[in-house]
Design a protein around this ligand. Structure first.
Ligand SMILES: NC(=O)c1ccc[n+]([C@@H]2O[C@H](COP(=O)([O-])OP(=O)(O)OC[C@H]3O[C@@H](n4cnc5c(N)ncnc54)[C@H](O)[C@@H]3O)[C@@H](O)[C@H]2O)c1
Length: 254
């Protein structure tokens, strides 16, 4: 049997949180494999930097969309604009997320709601806006970014772990509901990955401790996570849905 290749040429992909870190890497990698990418983020300058970086690698087109993904009006309007420009949406990578470290008793109601809104409500809003189109075309690949912090949360991650548990639950439910409509919905759960936000937020001692706990004892970089996302965006994973793929150098083994 001939093994199919990724086959992302000409596909249209949405990546949320594409102005930095993992989202920037996913957008660049999808474009590098020939997908046309709508890069959604509230940080316009950051998306421009993503585009510049990707163009140096001679990838396909990345188009910026400045949007707060917690706003249903902004999400709906953006998805309409993407459909008007590209004519179709094949792939969605729901990557936006925030991960403040807060001792449980210090989590205010506002902060709890904010983390749930950015990390979970955004996935609901984007999926709600895109799925009717995917159902009509009987094709869709949805990849939601979770975290190993759901399986093995550290102190100060109650709001974050709850939000990403919600993402995994939502993904499984959508996988079940739309499996016969040609849509797969999976998650990728990275371990602690060296993005600028992590480097700012995590003390070096904690990073070293997490690295030591891995079977592959080194720092995880954004490039380490890209392969799993590309695979789940492609037809190589056509018979996989409702799954969470852990990419963490073998710290969590389930
Ligand atoms: N870096 C890690 O260690 C790690 C580990 C596991 C999971 N994750 C998950 O991966 C994802 C990306 O993490 P990262 O480290 O690359 O983050 P990051 O902070 O580098 O980038 C997040 C991006 O999301 C954007 N964003 C935030 N709120 C937004 C909103 N309301 N509307 C639009 N855009 C918004 C930011 O502007 C930024 O560009 C998150 O979901 C995170 O939970 C990260």
């Amino acid at each position: 049997m001939k093994t199919p290749v990724l086959g992302l040429e000409g596909k249209v992909a949405i990546v949320t949180g594409a102005a930095a870190g993992l989202g920037r890497a996913f957008a660049g990698a999808l474009a590098g494999h020939g997908a046309r990418v709508a890069a959604l983020d509230r940080d316009r300058g950051g998306i421009e930097a993503t585009i510049e970086e990707s163009h140096r690698g001679a990838g396909a087109k990345i188009v910026p969309y400045e949007v707060d993904v917690t706003s249903s009006a902004q999400v709906d309007a953006t998805i309409r604009k993407v459909l008007d420009s590209f004519g179709q949406i094949d792939i969605v990578v729901n990557n936006v997320g925030i991960y403040p470290i807060t001792p449980f008793m210090d989590i205010s109601e506002e902060l709890f709601d904010r983390v749930l809104s950015v990390n979970l409500r955004s996935v609901y809003l984007v999926c709600r806006a895109v799925i009717p189109h995917m159902v009509t075309r009987r094709y869709g690949r949805i990849v939601n970014i979770a975290t190993t912090g759901f399986y093995r949360p550290g102190p100060g991650q109650a709001h974050y772990a709850a939000s990403k548990g919600g993402v995994i639950g939502l993904s499984r439910a959508l996988a079940a509901e739309f499996g016969n409509s040609g849509i797969t919905v999976n998650c990728v759960a990275p371990g602690l990955t060296m993005t600028a936000t992590v480097e700012e937020a995590y003390p070096e001692a904690r990073i070293v401790e997490l690295v030591r706990a891995r079977a592959i004892s080194r720092r995880e970089n954004v490039e380490d996570v890209v392969g799993a996302v590309l695979f789940l965006c492609s037809d190589l994973s056509a018979f996989m849905t409702g799954q969470t793929v852990v990419v963490d150098g073998g710290r969590i083994m389930s």
